[in-house]
Design a protein around this ligand. Sequence first.
Ligand code: GTP
Length: 205
Amino acid sequence: MFEQRPNRDSEIVLVGRSNVGKSTLMREITGHSVDTGQKPGVTRKPNHFDWAGPDFMVTDLPGFGFMNGVPEDVREQIKTDVVRYVEANADKILVGILVLDGKAAVDIIDRHSGPDEIPHDVELFHFLRDVDVEPVVAVNKMDKVDDEEERLNDICDRLGLYPPWQQWQETIAPISAKRGTVDALDEAVRHHLHEAGRDDLFQFF
Ligand SMILES: Nc1nc2c(ncn2[C@@H]2O[C@H](COP(=O)(O)OP(=O)(O)OP(=O)(O)O)[C@@H](O)[C@H]2O)c(=O)[nH]1
């Protein structure tokens, strides 16, 4: 289990596979510099960012899934810890941002789909819903994607959301964290904050 969580009433979490750009997005959201672009699997512990004032934080949870040089049992443990963290704090988590690599996600999902296998990303998406955490899928690295519409429709399809993706704009947010193009995510997050009666947090998104 992760070490002690700071005691905050409201939280937004970032979850996703290793190397999808969670730390880069965290920096973009908070303006706070964190380690990025190092060896995959660098982020093994939650990285909390606390805003002075409101009782609110954003948490970048460790990346899971394949990481070069990280043994399978360690990867599994990280995923279990992430799931437990979300489960234990679900009543405080206003939005769960599932970060995908827009260029690679569909191939990875398809490669890991089978009769006895549910891909991590699909599993996480449904898990967030099951524990009543509103999921927003940040489809990152869109600067590397040419066939944007097709890609986003495929992602919807794999997550069980009926395409076209445009009807899911509160859930599917194409972004490029590296370029600072995150408007779609801000809007989706604000939608859920509004639904939760937390317009006071709009200033952060
Ligand atoms: N082209 C492109 N690259 C990006 C984008 N966002 C992040 N990256 C790159 O993707 C790599 C991984 O980014 P990180 O932010 O470290 O990813 P992470 O998900 O935190 O990785 P872990 O620490 O392994 O969990 C880095 O080389 C980033 O520069 C993006 O929007 N576009």
